[in-house]
Design a protein around this ligand. Structure first.
Ligand SMILES: N[C@@H](CCC[C@H](N)C(=O)O)C(=O)O
Length: 269
């Protein structure tokens, strides 16, 4: 039997969203890879399954294009709220999130960031606010877990960094036992930052919502910026607010692109 899906975007971060609130249908790694494959499947950065929940309005599961199941996806969280069509709570593997529909998009309370080396996680103890490590021109990153693991490198010009060449080596470095999302950030002024992300399990994407949260937290914690900060990603801007000790608030658009059907063959992958 074919299954309906929604192609949705969060600033060009590209999702296949399956609404399984009625039957709780789920994928496995092979099924997720088959759907995400841009040659033989539908193609997406992440496969998202919205399911029933206890203690929340809905649940959300997230698979990267390589089939890895992960804890958080900021851009897809806004898409799920837009699909639900009202303010809602969303149970994710990274924690319970609250989403509010605004006039122009969706605001999500992404919870409090975590900074402990074993909470990122890293393979061994070190200062996560200025890690004494480097890969080529990228040095001394800030590490933070915003539901999923990120490092942020501050650079002079995000366009000048060959993130396509450096990303995979950093993502898979043994220093990161669960791999890592890699962000580069250029501070324009205290309320404006440009950023690009190499996503764990995907590669370069047009936008990464949790990446934008990580960049804003890193910039505010290093006293390079003040919240609220606008993070300019290749796919467009996201507003992020955070006060040390508090939760991260992410506000941005969620776009419904089209509705389609997953071929039954793909579901048997
Ligand atoms: N696109 C996402 C992040 C998706 C998960 C990430 N690749 C990971 O492996 O943690 C976002 O908008 O946050």
């Amino acid at each position: 039997m074919n299954r309906r899906f929604h192609k949705m975007h969060g600033l060009g971060n590209d999702f296949v969203v399956v609404d399984a609130r009625e039957d709780g249908f789920a994928f496995d790694a092979a099924g997720a890879r088959a759907v995400a494959d841009r040659r033989t499947g539908v193609g997406c950065d992440q496969l998202i399954v919205v399911g029933p929940a206890t203690g929340a309005d809905v649940s959300m599961r997230i698979w990267n294009a390589d089939g890895s199941e992960v804890e958080a996806c900021g851009n897809a969280t806004r898409c799920v709220a837009a699909l639900v069509g009202r303010d809602c709570t969303i149970d994710t593997p990274g924690g319970l999130l609250r989403a509010t529909l605004t006039g122009e998009g969706v605001a999500v309370d992404m919870g409090a960031p975590r900074f402990g080396w074993n909470e990122i996680p890293l393979a061994y103890a070190m200062d996560t606010a200025a890690m004494p490590v480097g890969w080529g021109p990228l040095e001394t990153p800030f590490a933070v877990n915003v539901g999923n693991p990120h490092v942020v490198f501050f650079v002079d010009d995000v366009e000048a960094v060959p993130l396509d060449e450096l990303g995979r080596g950093i993502e898979t470095d043994p220093l990161f036992p669960e791999r890592i999302n890699v962000n580069i950030a250029q501070v324009i002024d205290r309320r404006t930052i440009r950023s690009r992300t190499w996503e764990r399990g995907v590669g370069l994407t047009r936008a990464c919502g949790t990446g934008a949260c990580a960049v804003a937290v890193a910039a505010i914690a290093r006293r390079l910026a003040d919240g609220p900060v606008t993070i300019h990603l290749p796919g467009g801007p996201l507003a992020i607010d955070w006060t040390p000790g508090g939760s991260i608030l992410m506000t941005g658009p969620a776009t419904h692109v089209f509705t389609g059907e997953l071929d039954a063959e793909l579901l048997r992958a």
